[in-house]
Design a protein around this ligand. Structure first.
Ligand code: 5RP
Length: 239
């Protein structure tokens, strides 16, 4: 790992650990997010449960999160058993000044949004590279959009007509497109800097065949940003 990569990894770890330590309580239904930053959070959750013998039940946001829950021997539950989640901890690809997010870089946006929107408190953990004034400033790969496979071609055309530059996300270790945990495809649509994320989200959701978008509007309660040199910046909604 280069010095820069080590610095980023430490920033992720610091943010994730602090978020868990400050927000986890006993008797909690916990939404477990997806991505590389969350791995650090789950490790800390497992340590706290071992030390304090707390009752924590975890709902995953992806198959990766399910694997993390199993690997660490955590209690697994579902939305059917616990439709109201106390605390959701997740990562993000970009965070704007209003705490709106771009998510789905790891392809898990649909279940992540379901969990976030059914949570009393949504805590986002990220490193310093993820913070922007407006969405689209730092995250240049486009907005991830999960779609029904048979609608791919018309959706690509409609996104172009809206002024976006869409591409179907292709798999790396398999021929053809990425298949999500829900059996769908992902389009990454570059809209440049997004002035009105709520409006754009609504327009995209109106296209038949779009399952959901990686624009997370007004869902975040608080973010923990791991900065360079070990500091952590905490930003609350409406601050
Ligand atoms: C996956 C996500 C992740 O939370 C997001 O990509 C951040 O990942 P990382 O912590 O690896 O930077 O939205 O769909």
């Amino acid at each position: 790992m280069s010095e820069k990569e080590e610095e980023i990894e430490l920033a992720k770890k610091n943010a994730a650990m602090r978020a868990v330590e400050e927000n986890l309580k006993s008797n909690t239904i916990l939404g477990v997010g997806s991505g590389s930053t969350i791995v650090h959070a789950v490790k800390r959750v497992a340590e706290i449960i071992r030390e304090k013998k707390w009752d924590i039940k975890c709902i995953p946001t992806s198959f990766q999160a399910y694997q993390l829950i199993m690997e660490h021997g955590l209690n697994y539950t579902t939305l059917d058993r616990h439709p109201i989640i106390d605390l959701d901890i997740d990562g993000a690809d970009e965070i704007d000044q209003d705490l709106n997010l771009i998510k789905g870089g790891g392809g898990c946006l649909v279940q992540e949004k379901i969990i976030a929107s059914n949570s009393k408190k949504v805590i986002i953990v990220a490193d310093y590279r993820k913070v922007s004034t407006r969405l689209g400033e730092n995250w240049k790969k486009g907005i991830p959009i999960e779609i029904i496979p048979m609608a791919a071609t018309p959706i690509l055309k409609k996104i172009e007509q809206m002024g976006g530059r869409p591409s179907l996300r292709m798999a790396r270790a398999k021929m053809g497109p990425v298949i999500t945990d829900n059996g769908n495809f992902i389009i990454d649509a570059d809209f440049g800097i997004i002035e009105q994320p709520k409006v754009l989200n609504e327009k995209l959701l109106n296209i038949p065949g779009v399952v959901d978008t990686g624009l997370f509007i007004s869902l975040t309660s608080r973010v923990y940003i791991g900065e360079k040199r070990g500091n952590i910046k905490i930003i609350d909604k409406n601050n």
